[in-house]
Design a protein around this ligand. Sequence first.
Ligand code: PBG
Length: 329
Amino acid sequence: MPYPMTRMRRSRATDFARRLVRETRLAPDDFIYPVFVLDHETAREPVPSMPGVERLGRDPLLAVCEQVTAAGIPAVALFPVIEASLKTDTAEAAWADDGLVPRTVQAIKQRFPGLGVMTDVALDPYTSHGQDGLLDADGRILNDETVAALVHQAACHAAAGADIVAPSDMMDGRIAAIRERLEADGHRDVILLSYAAKYASAFYGPFRDAVGSAASLGTGGKETYQMDPGNRDEALREVALDLDEGADWVMVKPGLPYLDIIADVKGEFGVPTFAYNVSGEYAMLKAAAANGWLDERKVVLESLLSIRRAGADGILTYHALDAAAWLAE
Ligand code: PBG
């Protein structure tokens, strides 16, 4: 029925009506807070390209976990800053039982048993060349050898008590291999969250500064394993394979420039779908807000809401603590 019988603005005319017809809402329950972890007891260091984000030693990290818990955010995701002296071509430090990640998982789970702890399964913090995989003599990524290393890493994280292991490397076949090992080790309830559709994106720049992999990577790219930004159908194939291989949840990354992919994945599979609102997305809004060009609170909440509206069940976001505080007001 056309105008004037239908007036779309009737439902927008009042606050009460707008609240009643709102289709998507944000809540602290929707967030996972990514944290950068330093191998130190008390240190904290700012990340210049991510204002408001710090690399955290154990004590300040536990203090942040306290804030996360109090804010009602369900989980944190750990990203280690590995000392250059521990990086090798073959990344053995990635599965050392006394490594930074397993020690951090244990410390958090001991103090905050109810807080979800997610770990990143990928070799880039541990390789001297900054790639997520192992290289052959010609510098090509060795898929199957890398998968074997990722299996050790995921098993090490699960043994330390990680609730969610999240392979972010984009090697073929790693989900099946990791799932099989977790089952064999008796880690039946560890959630496998696959970065299933992860694109070769320039929006990861500030993250690579934060963990110190930018220097190792140099001019090297990741386009032989991360997806081409022009591809959409391929994301559905990636997700289908990872679900078949035993992923519980899947992720699309980055978030805002890839809302079409989030909508496709959620619409096609209806499985728990996560989006990573990555470091470059964070840096853009922080920089514009610092210049007085955008209202930080409004654009952050609108961006996160838009990612949810596209179909994401949950969002990894560096804005999580701020957004949770704003939502609580
Ligand atoms: C590494 C990894 C990256 C991010 C999460 N895990 C960077 C990369 O693939 O180079 C990026 C996160 C962000 O930009 O916030 N496996």
